[in-house]
Design a protein around this ligand. Structure first.
Ligand SMILES: [Zn+2]
Length: 600
């Protein structure tokens, strides 16, 4: 309302009086507060996360004061916020927030760092989204810490700024005695802030490989985005007490793992390749469904197969192209993508688009009640990566290798990512499903091909013919155990001489079709007593696909049953290079494979 509204900066002060008890103190001053109730909110979700986290649960000791230091009455309109109904122009709010989880979503305060995802820390005010903010950090007693963040540097040490709420909430911070490596690629500055337990030599070797990833991914798009603070920051915590995570942000990423550089060099590089690819795909090439990000509800998107899945595909692809992964490990990742769709009954139930829309329920961990996700949900990460693989190989096959998925990603970048946003932290041209299809029509030069591809593999329930698509690269996709009989993957828990089915059975498995399910206890098969999973395997091994076994079991309501189970061929797949399976790699196959997986 006031004349200064556009410029008045919200001040946040963070201090850490008792790091050993995992809480921090926040002191927030809101100037030029609009008249009417001041609605203070803790976020329910976090940019790039699709389920609810309800960060207000760890906030306590909340107080509001006026300019003269007099305490103001606060109310609770709901579980996620505090109201200040009566106030003057300036309101100061103080609270404590507890956090002890090192990952990309939450807050961790301990003796070694304050590792902060802002939605877990910051109480913000409705109707003040456009306000800039200033964030200052006070060191805990006796510590000599530094700050790694994509926030803009302020006017003094430990002071930072954000132009608006969206940018602030997208800006994680690591406050610790981390180790810093800096490098420049094509005039763009990169900072690698590493909090770990390893050696300097391990860090140097890892950062050298990170640079190869940065260069290799730049080649896909032909350029880096314009990083608003003047650089891009990797915030990396490899600590025994960290969770496994990677979280993309506009000008930074948070990567955490309980493993270390000595034991997990390649898997950790894969996460770096994934997260760095996001600074184009998601942060700037952004689905309209998550722009701007809603901090007060679960954000549902039908495009995560592209936003996350295609990014997932570029992880192993980048490592292969940069010479950082063996052919065997690349093929193993590609096979994983294919089987996530081909060997799961879930794609019959939900399309890739519908699967993306399940993220609010699958992104946040295991629900308390049982679900049928085993049969109805395949993660949009490998599912989307399998679609990326099919799109890449289809485009290459149609154009003698001239055009591939890189061209598609570059088209999406040019149309939707590169134009950027008038306001920092926003994307002015987010894309829709129709836009994603139109870009495919443009790149392939064939509108009918694009429609058919989207209708079958993204909106529909078809599985691409990966064996045919992979053949031009001299790769053979085939049954891993031809002729071997199977009644499905049935997990048996042997306890007290009883063989109990301990996990859900996939709905396309012979055992499931015969009526067997989790909780049933198998007594005999073909008359042989069953006490362990080995007992089952021994009976199944005597059969061929198409034959029938008699299974006696007691269901979980204690009713004895006998069913006939008709066995199928073990559906397991393997992906091998033709030259390592007795065949010969032709010159054309070698060229196709190098053009796809080799240095670009
Ligand atoms: Zn991702």
């Amino acid at each position: 309302m006031g004349r200064a509204q556009a410029a008045a900066s919200i001040q946040y002060r963070f201090s850490f009086p008792q790091i050993e008890h995992h809480w921090m103190q926040v002191d927030a001053t809101f100037p030029d507060v609009p008249s009417g109730t001041l609605e203070l909110r803790m976020s329910r979700s976090s940019p790039g996360r699709y389920s609810l986290h309800d960060f207000s649960k760890n906030v306590y000791d909340v107080h509001a004061y006026d300019e003269s230091g007099r305490e103001l009455a606060t109310g609770r309109p709901d579980a996620y916020g505090w109201d200040v109904p009566t106030h003057g122009a300036t309101v100061r709010v103080t609270y404590k927030v507890f956090g002890d989880l090192v990952d990309g979503t939450y807050l961790a305060v301990d003796e070694t760092h304050a590792h902060m995802n802002m939605p877990a820390v910051i109480m913000w005010a409705r109707r003040m989204d456009d306000r800039p903010s200033t964030i200052s950090f006070s060191e805990p007693p006796g510590r000599d810490w530094k700050l790694a963040t994509q926030l803009h540097a302020g006017s003094k040490p430990f002071e930072f700024t954000a132009p608006n709420l969206q940018y602030l909430m997208d800006s994680p911070a690591e406050f610790s005695a981390y180790s810093l490596r800096e490098f420049v690629v094509d005039g763009h500055a990169f900072r690698f802030a590493l909090h770990h337990t390893g050696t300097e030599a391990e860090e140097d070797s890892f950062v050298a490989d990170v640079q190869k990833i940065v260069r290799t991914e730049e080649q896909v798009f032909g350029e880096f985005p314009n990083y608003e603070p003047g650089n891009y920051t990797f915030i990396v915590d490899y600590l025994p007490y960290a969770d496994e995570d990677g979280m993309e942000h506009r000008n930074s990423t948070v990567i955490t793992s309980s493993t270390n550089l000595r034991n997990a060099h390649e898997p950790l590089l894969d996460t770096v390749a994934h997260e760095f690819f996001h600074n184009w795909n998601v942060e700037r090439i952004r689905p309209k469904s998550i722009e701007p990000f809603d901090l007060e509800r679960a954000n549902m998107s039908g495009e995560l197969w592209l936003a996350e899945g295609f990014t997932e595909y570029y992880g192993p692809l980048t490592l292969a192209r940069a010479g950082l992964a063996s052919v065997a490990s690349t093929l193993s990742r590609m096979l994983g993508f294919i089987t996530s769709v081909a060997l799961s009954p879930a794609h019959v139930v939900r399309s890739a688009e519908a699967m993306s829309q399940m993220a609010p329920f699958t992104d946040g961990g295991t629900p308390i009640d049982r679900t049928n996700f085993a049969n109805t949900v395949t993660s949009y990460y490998p599912f989307g990566a399998a679609i990326a693989l099919a799109m890449d190989l289809s485009l290459r096959e149609r154009t003698d290798g001239r055009i591939g998925l890189d061209d598609y990603m570059r088209a999406m970048w040019t149309r939707y990512g590169k134009p950027g946003g008038a306001r920092e932290g926003y994307v002015d041209r987010p894309y829709t499903m129709a836009d994603a299809e139109s870009a495919l029509a443009g790149v392939s030069g064939d509108r009918a091909f694009a429609r058919d591809f989207v209708a079958r593999y993204i909106e529909g329930h078809d599985v691409a013919d990966y064996a045919t698509l992979l053949a031009p690269a001299g790769l053979v996709l085939r049954r891993q155990f031809p002729g071997r009989a199977s009644w499905g993957q049935v997990r048996i828990e042997a306890r007290g001489g009883a063989a109990r089915v301990s996990q859900p059975i996939l709905s396309d498995a012979p055992a499931y079709r015969a009526g067997i399910d989790m909780g049933d206890t198998i007594r005999t098969i073909d008359g042989a007593r069953i006490a362990t999973s080995e007992d089952v395997a021994a009976v199944v091994a005597r059969h061929k696909p198409g034959e029938t076994m008699q299974v006696q079991y007691v269901d979980r309501t204690n009713v004895p049953k006998t069913v006939a189970v008709t066995l199928v061929e073990d559906p397991g797949l393997e992906l091998v290079a033709v030259e390592s399976s007795g065949g010969t790699l032709t010159a054309a196959q070698r060229a196709f494979r190098n053009h796809w997986l080799g240095p670009q």
